[in-house]
Design a protein around this ligand. Structure first.
Ligand code: MLC
Ligand code: AMP
Length: 507
């Protein structure tokens, strides 16, 4: 990497300044934004933030819907050297309390409908600035930045400077902030552009949310680093995807996108004619989906593997064999190894703990130095928490997780977090939350609840109480009332037995 200024925006700038006024963003209604528009709008927001006397390294916490302006805001934070802290718009007040007090932002940007919640949180946490930005691109952030200059000198960023803070929960239920540096993101983005052969001729169909690495760093990163255009959909919608597919060359999605497209029966060789690659990740792609999609469209979905802490680690190849059920070999410059519990490297085809090392690996957990140290080996590998094996050709298969985590429609649910809420409900003695095979979502969240004798509970009441505290995707799709939980001799709940007992619940 020869960039003097290690700012991710400067990295985008280097390719975008070459492409003239072709549209970079194309909306469903045909509105377009070229690079000049994006540069101007991000400069105005960056100027506004810096004029508030916010300094590089301070956090901007953001809970908004996806819109063109949400992209300008992300770019503004990069340009100003501010740490971008995105939050799922589904989070409830209860969940937000933790994130805001932990991230300690200087500025909050929220949907106008949630202003009073954030205003309250801001007062409680001594935060002076709360702006709004709605799904329609309107809000105080935009009105306040409209009079700012359209020129902004991008922050001259040191290599280790943190670009983003993304939280992932943990087995204890307490989320951890993951610090990703500009260098982490530049190196991974460039590796993906090279590996997937992105060019300015590409048109990416962008339907992913931008509060997670997949939509934010992988998709936006590949497009802006190569000068490609993006069809910018506010969310996944089969009808809109099918409407625009023939004008696009790349689609990125979680496996649910592909199973939903297959379920429409309207995905054909013809409407996929212009597509160069369909990319899948964030959750396991079933071999059945890979084969059905290939039959229907003539395209073999390219599966890759990553995580928030590392961005992308492996990918099936553009040219060469894409092996269904595998996530491909390690990306260039990234080292992967499979270890046993005692720390010995395992041979090919043997299942063990997957570890990764490379310029893509995050700087550490926010304000958690002990946890950071615990998750790295002495020789600098990050312990992913995934169980994997590597075949003779170097292809990696993710076969399970040592972390107790459910992936529902590409979103992670930590059972402990849901169990804590359930156990707090009057009438619940204890609970166990598991992931069960689900045709649409990959895994569906299921709660097994043991009632105390005194109160009779109904499923709908439990769901209602959960919804007050947890984002929608974490809410159990089914509550099962049982007499007792299976336990081993150490009194630990045997979730494997529960998963086996309820494996046919959704199929
Ligand atoms: C929404 N709902 C979900 C859900 N998403 N339930 C379970 N799992 C999900 N993923 C719930 C809502 O709360 C709501 O409940 C109901 O479903 C309908 O909401 P919706 O917004 O209309 O849902 P829908 O549009 O169908 O969304 C489903 C989805 C979406 C799969 C399209 O979740 C999605 O885009 N997922 C992608 C997530 C992603 O980007 N992951 C990348 C993580 S990065 P109710 O009760 O109110 O009706 C990562 C690293 C890597 O993992 O390697 O990439
Ligand atoms: P997150 O914490 O949201 O970044 O989720 C990362 C986790 O998603 C990884 O640790 C894996 O468990 C899982 N994951 C991502 N991509 C894949 C994939 N292609 N196949 C299987 N699991 C995946």
């Amino acid at each position: 990497m020869t960039l003097k200024n290690c700012n991710l925006f400067s990295h985008f700038d280097a390719s975008l300044e070459k492409i003239g006024n072709k549209p970079i963003l194309i909306l469903d209604d045909g509105t377009t934004y070229d690079y000049e528009a994006i540069q101007n709008k991000s400069a105005q927001i960056a100027s506004l933030l810096i004029n508030l006397k916010v300094s590089p390294g301070e956090r901007i916490s953001i809970q908004i819907e996806k819109s063109p302006e949400s992209l300008f805001l992300y770019l503004a934070c990069l340009r100003a050297g501010l740490i971008y802290h995105p939050l799922n718009p589904g989070y409830t007040e209860n969940e937000l309390e933790f994130f805001i007090s932990n991230a300690e932002p200087t500025v909050i940007i929220c949907d106008p409908k949630n202003f009073s919640i954030f205003n309250k949180l801001a007062k409680k946490n001594n935060i002076n600035h709360v702006f709004t930005l709605g799904a329609d691109g309107q809000g105080t952030l935009i009105t306040a930045s409209a009079s700012e200059k359209k020129v902004f000198q991008t922050y001259n960023t040191p290599k280790d400077h943190v670009a983003a803070l993304l939280y992932s929960s943990g087995t204890t239920g307490r989320p951890k902030g993951i610090m990703l540096t500009h260098h982490n993101l530049i190196s991974n983005t460039q590796t993906l552009v090279d590996t997937w052969q992105f060019t300015e001729q590409d048109v990416l169909l962008h339907a992913l949310p931008i509060f997670h690495v997949h939509g934010l760093f992988v998709a936006i990163g590949c497009a802006l680093s190569s000068g490609a255009s993006m069809y910018w959909l506010s969310k996944f919608d089969e009808t809109k995807i099918l409407r625009h597919l023939s004008q696009c060359s790349v689609l990125m999605g979680v496996p649910t996108y592909y199973t939903r497209l297959l379920a429409t029966e309207n995905i054909t060789h013809k409407n996929c004619n212009n597509i160069r690659i369909f990319i899948s990740g964030s959750a396991p792609l079933l071999e059945e989906t890979f084969h059905n999609f290939a039959t229907k469209t003539g395209h073999e979905i390219l599966e890759r593997y990553g995580m928030t802490e590392t961005n992308m680690n492996t990918s099936n190849p553009i040219k060469g064999k894409r092996k269904p059920g595998t996530v491909g070999p390690p990306l260039p410059g990234i080292e992967l190894r499979v270890m046993d519990d005692e720390g010995h490297c395992l041979e090919n085809d043997t299942i063990g703990n997957l570890q990764v090392k490379g310029p893509n690996v995050f700087k550490g957990y926010w304000k958690m130095p002990e946890k950071t140290a615990e998750d790295f080996t002495k020789d600098g590998y990050f312990k992913t928490g995934d169980k994997a094996k590597i075949d003779r050709d170097g292809y990696v298969s993710i076969v399970g997780r040592s972390k107790d985590m459910i992936i529902s429609g590409g979103l992670n649910v930590y059972p402990k977090e849901v169990e804590l809420i359930l156990d707090d409900i009057d009438g619940v003695m204890e609970s166990a939350v598991i992931g069960v095979e689900h045709q649409d979502l990959g895994e569906g969240v299921v709660a097994i609840v043991i009632e105390s004798a005194s109160i009779v509970l109904e499923e709908k009441d439990i769901i209602k109480l959960c919804k007050q505290q947890l984002a929608g995707y974490k809410i159990p799709k089914k509550i099962i009332f049982a007499k007792a939980l299976p336990r081993n001799s150490m009194a630990k709940v045997q979730k494997n037995i529960l998963r086996e007992n309820y494996k046919n619940l959704f199929i």
